[in-house]
Design a protein around this ligand. Structure first.
Ligand SMILES: [Zn+2]
Length: 316
């Protein structure tokens, strides 16, 4: 049966000002794909006089590359992307005025306990191998087995049929129903909270009004929207930017060893990123002799989501 509950919010949203965010994981330096995503979310926020936060998604501590938080933050600043401090988060939850996921275990545990109390969770003993053998989608085999809550993975029961949403750029999106209705993992074997849970809690607590990010997360968006609804909070709007892919069709990512950005000479890559986002950079040779600050100011003034390419990936 569908049941939702009202969470006690840690933070109160004081007004309806635009609040956006860029949320890198510290698994390596910034690369061109992350620059396009950061720039897109920044320009969308700043063109509406909004706030733009940076959130460090370091929930997966074992994958963190030491020093990369500073490398990423320094890199953003070299490209003229300065973030706002979120007045709603405490200083213990911040590093260089960015919200840090690893400082928020207690908060995640609190929401987890609420979900558990309301019978939305169950423990799953299935192995990844076993699920793969059965086609790769988890079919709820442990839903009614009442396994003890221990060190095994914990899944969230899906009560929703929603597999669709309106993307501000991509339009009406329908996601495979089986994927949407899969009871996905929110706490991993061994006790790590999963991205799917923490991203929603963070967006709620930071009062994010719009999420602008790469299209690789698009298929998972209905899950997040459903979790917002389950918790009793209106979800933000979503805009999925085209993904930057390399010649072999692979997403530029830290896992694929995408080359780090050259932060000592930011202007060429900044202009290239603006071109990918549909800014009218042609016939503006003056851009290459301008400062980063001037280019960013120009980009804010000329930003228009109608000009962003709607394809799901851009080959560079
Ligand atoms: Zn199972």
């Amino acid at each position: 049966m569908k049941s939702s509950f009202q969470l006690q919010h840690q933070f109160q949203q004081s007004n309806t000002q635009y609040r956006g965010r860029f949320a890198p994981s510290p698994s390596g330096p910034l690369h061109f794909g992350s620059l396009v995503a950061a720039l897109g979310s920044y320009l969308q926020a700043k063109s509406q006089n909004g706030l733009w936060f940076v959130r460090i998604e370091d929930i997966d501590k074992p994958r963190e590359v030491p020093g990369s938080v500073d490398t990423i933050l320094d890199g953003l600043q070299r490209f003229g992307l300065f973030w706002d401090q979120d007045p709603n988060t405490t200083s213990e939850q911040q590093y260089r005025q960015c919200l840090v996921q690893s400082s928020r275990q207690e908060r995640y545990q609190h929401i987890f306990d609420q979900l558990k109390k309301h019978n939305h969770l169950y423990t799953c003993h299935c192995t990844r191998k076993g699920i793969k053998k059965l086609g790769g989608i988890y079919l709820g085999q442990c839903r009614d087995k009442n396994h003890e809550f221990d060190q095994h993975a914990v899944r969230l029961k899906q009560h929703f049929e929603h597999g669709q949403f309106e993307d501000l750029l991509q339009g009406h999106i329908e996601v495979d129903k089986h994927l949407v209705n899969e009871d996905y993992i929110i706490k991993r074997t061994g006790g790590l909270f999963a991205y799917q849970l923490v991203v929603v809690i963070d967006d709620i607590d930071q009062g994010i009004t719009e999420v602008v990010r790469g299209a690789d997360i698009m298929e998972l968006t209905p899950r997040q929207i459903n979790l917002f609804n389950l918790i009793g909070v209106t979800p933000p709007s979503y805009l999925h930017l085209p993904l930057i892919v390399s010649e072999d069709g692979k997403k530029l990512s830290k896992q694929n060893h995408a080359p780090a950005l050259n932060c000592d000479d930011p202007i060429p890559e900044l202009i290239k990123a603006l071109t990918c986002l549909g800014l009218p950079t042609e016939n503006t040779t003056w851009l290459s002799s301008s400062s980063v600050t001037e280019i960013i100011e120009w980009a804010i003034k000329n930003w228009d989501i109608k000009h962003i390419p709607t394809q799901l990936d851009i080959l560079i």
